[in-house]
Ligand binder design. Structure first.
Ligand code: DC
Length: 214
């Protein structure tokens, strides 16, 4: 069975997907980590991110693997490194690259074959797994999302003012929705869940209730 969780940054997707997978005994696929892994490898190799074919070659040549909670690129453990603000910024042009999206989408489908998976990203219910049994689209208020992002940054040792996060978030939402390649939008049959007033436990309760009562 495939369960997709899409939505904007800060809606609580990662935590929800991880927790839902644990609760159901499913595997968890973090597709954002895959875009970040390609961005990390491109930076490591000194590739010009504007050179679309060079970046596409990086995505073709790297081996991205997941083991327990860790992410590896060509055997190098990059779990924390791919969360830096530099990699976050670099992952934007990488995610807008058509060839990279095709390659990573294919890899995501391969990783899910024959398994029970909760997969999380932006295009999982629309482009990658349109036939998934459950397609969730998580949203939250601007304020709630920004506060969560601020906590995420703090957990990685970066203190950022809320105003800056709110501004970056608005810019990013606009870019993500306007992007011609893989824009962020809910699937027509997505189940919308507003997480603003829910804590992590509340979100996973809600999602698992929907899955279990179907
Ligand atoms: O969810 P995240 O912040 O780890 O995602 C990293 C980048 O990859 C971000 O720019 C959004 C993009 N992304 C995407 O375009 N499609 C996905 N399925 C997952 C992430």
């Amino acid at each position: 069975m495939i369960i997709t969780i899409d939505g904007p940054a800060g809606a609580g997707k990662s935590t929800a997907a991880r927790n839902l997978a644990a609760r159901l005994g499913f595997d968890f696929l973090d597709t954002g980590a895959m875009y970040r892994a390609v961005a990390w490898a491109a930076l490591e190799r000194g590739i010009d991110l504007a050179d679309e074919s060079a970046v596409a070659n990086v995505s073709r040549s790297v081996a991205i693997t997941f083991e327990r909670q860790q992410v590896f690129v060509d055997g190098v453990e990059v779990t924390e490194a791919i969360r830096s603000s530099e990699v976050t910024a670099a992952s934007r042009p990488v995610a807008a690259n058509t060839a990279v999206r095709e390659i990573l989408s294919e890899l995501q489908r391969k990783l899910a074959v024959g398994r029970n998976v909760v997969t999380e990203g932006r295009d999982q219910g629309t482009a990658v797994f349109p036939d998934a049994e459950f397609k969730f689209f998580l949203t939250a208020s601007q304020q709630a999302r920004a506060e969560r992002r601020q906590q995420d940054f703090a957990a990685h040792g970066q203190q950022l003012p809320l105003e800056q996060i709110l501004k970056d978030q608005a810019d990013r939402d606009h870019r993500d929705a306007a992007r011609s390649v893989g824009p962020l939008k809910p699937a027509d049959d997505a189940i919308h869940v507003d997480t603003s007033a829910l804590d992590a436990e509340g979100v996973v309760d809600r999602l698992s209730q929907i899955v279990n009562s179907a």
